[in-house]
Design a protein. Structure first.
Length: 318
């Protein structure tokens, strides 16, 4: 089961293709975020303060699929955004131009075609997720299978509509901060795509298998719980429990999704910081772990890096 890999790409999934039918969960509406609604909420996730040349920026690990109440940042996050000049996200999905390019990048290509048997299995899961057949008109089969895995926990309240990245884009705008993307949609989709047809077929089959056997949701729930409770030590051991590093192909895929993207994001953040701007950089939490995680990369660049404790209500209760 490879739900964790698919979660990394959850930015814009099932847009406009959800069906409100009997047995389907209600269609989630993104939370309305501003400084007043956010500050009274619980701080979740993972945050670092990085200091160099006399001023501070922030690194924050997000979750691309979340619950409604998690979508509201707490006081520490709000204050960090207030103390910054720029909110830098993987992609600013509230930018219509980014949305258009992202959809174009996910569109099916001739080389993405799959056989009828696999397509039939995929369509069955599309219908089970309350999505329209039109999903395969706007996304390749591989991107559609990614969408389905990410949306498999909707019945349990986890939904891409509540993505923390989206909340921070709204919060930044409400505070008058500049919101920008650290990557392009084309770069992100290229990292998500398999390198050849056989890898793509294997990825699609694994996604469908995890949906058919019910294995996708428990892994999503674990990742979400780790984030919500700010359990960084467990996140840092991700490779031990993600079930996504078992083969050479899987390890190469995770390298493309994480390690290969981190240096360029770090360079963009560093360039802004060294120009005198205070940056609140928020990207998927898995970009924050390991020797090539963003905190380590900034320590190597001579920054003072300090992790800020974000203790959730659930963690405190335990």
């Amino acid at each position: 089961m490879r739900a964790a890999r698919h979660l990394l790409g959850a930015c814009l999934l099932g847009v406009g293709l959800l069906a409100q039918a009997q047995g389907c969960p209600p269609i989630a509406q993104p939370a309305a975020i501003d400084a007043t609604t956010a500050a009274a909420s619980t701080d979740r996730g993972f945050m670092w303060r990085i200091v160099k040349d006399g001023h501070a920026s922030y690194l924050y690990g997000t979750l691309h699929v979340a619950r409604h109440d998690w979508a509201y940042p707490g006081a520490k996050l709000v204050n960090a955004v207030k103390a910054s000049d720029v909110v830098a996200l993987e992609l600013d999905v509230l930018d219509p131009a980014i949305t258009k390019r992202l959809l174009a990048s996910m569109a099916p290509r001739p080389q993405d075609a799959i056989d009828d048997a696999l397509k039939a299995r995929l369509l069955k899961q599309i219908h089970a997720a309350c999505l329209s057949d039109q999903l395969l008109d706007v996304m390749s089969a591989e991107m559609a299978s990614t969408s389905l895995v990410v949306m498999s926990a909707r019945q349990d309240g986890l939904d891409p509509a509540y993505a923390i990245d989206r909340s921070l884009a709204m919060l930044g705008r409400s505070l008058g901060r500049r919101v920008m993307s650290l990557e392009t949609p084309e770069q992100q989709i290229d990292a998500l795509r398999s390198r050849n047809r056989q890898e793509a077929r294997t990825s699609i089959e694994q996604a469908i298998d995890s949906l058919e056997t019910g294995q996708a949701t428990p892994m999503l729930m674990r990742i979400a719980s780790v984030w919500a409770d700010s359990r960084y030590d467990e996140l840092d051991r991700y490779g031990e429990w993600c079930q996504c590093m078992d083969t050479e192909v899987e390890r190469d895929s995770m390298k493309r999704l994480l390690d290969d993207r981190n240096p360029s994001m770090a360079q963009r953040i560093d360039t802004m910081h060294m120009s005198g701007q205070r940056v609140f950089a928020a990207v998927g939490s898995l970009h924050m772990i390991g020797p090539l995680g963003l905190p380590q990369l900034f320590a190597q660049r001579g920054y003072k890096v300090e992790r800020i404790a974000l203790a959730s209500v659930a963690a405190a209760a335990r």
